[in-house]
Design a protein around this ligand. Structure first.
Ligand SMILES: [Mg+2]
Length: 232
């Protein structure tokens, strides 16, 4: 039987590149490097506050309500403010440190390399569609040595819109020479990846690493990337 898919589109952050692990490591380094222990009792407390604030700001960024630059310094400025420290110069320096070091971390989700090897070996064309910042996404793929697996990499900044906007998916399909019917999207973000792909008629696999309750019925779900080796 002829197989259905020829093109597999992956999200990058939290799907292949282990965003949580890599980010936590750099945040722990920041806590040490910038002497934050004088101010904040534990690194975990700093990380918890930062994450909550960063998530809220990312929602605004995704809705185009704040710019990338604002997101970058404000997330640290607001975090320091939770601990009664008002220091925008320090927030800027921490923001720069984070942007430099975080994409150079190389932790991948379990089985990333095995699965990419497997799919590549089976002749699937592999691609990336990501909402991450342009200057860091290529570094992440290079540093973690997975860039050679992908034919087409489409990033939201170049596309001009972010997932789940249909245009970014259409652009990726066009560049890859793919059609919705022979393509599959795999990602961890229900809204951006799964609904986005569904909207243009692409099949989707929801990578539910954190085992969250999906807000609506989904076509297919995996808890570990290794499951792809029996599905595809
Ligand atoms: Mg993701």
């Amino acid at each position: 039987m002829e197989r259905k898919y020829e093109h597999i589109f992956f999200d990058l952050d939290r799907t292949l590149w282990h965003f949580e692990e890599n980010s936590n490591k750099v945040l722990r380094d920041i806590y040490q490097e910038f002497g934050l222990q004088e101010l904040i009792p534990t690194a975990e407390l700093f990380i918890d506050h930062y994450k909550r604030i960063n998530e809220e700001l990312w929602v605004l960024y995704r809705e185009n309500k704040i710019t990338k630059d604002t997101l970058r310094w404000k997330r640290f400025g607001d975090t320091l403010r939770c601990f009664q420290l008002e220091d925008s110069a320090l927030a800027d320096r921490i923001g720069d440190y984070y942007i430099y070091h975080s994409p150079r971390q190389t932790e991948l989700l379990p089985y990333t390399r095995e699965v990419l090897d497997y799919l590549h070996g089976k002749g699937y064309k592999l691609h990336i569609i990501s909402n991450g910042f342009e200057e860091v996404q290529y570094i992440k793929m290079q540093e973690s040595a997975i860039n050679h697996y992908f034919d087409v990499v489409v990033l939201s900044e170049k596309a001009g819109v972010k997932k789940p906007h249909p245009y970014i998916f259409k652009k990726a399909l066009k560049l890859a020479g793919a059609l919705p019917v022979n393509s599959l999207m795999i990602g961890d973000d229900f809204y951006a990846d799964i609904l986005g792909a569904k909207r243009i008629g692409m099949d989707q696999i929801y990578f539910n690493f954190d085992q969250e309750q999906a807000p609506e019925p989904i076509r297919q779900e995996i808890r570990c990337l290794s499951e792809l080796m029996s599905l595809l």
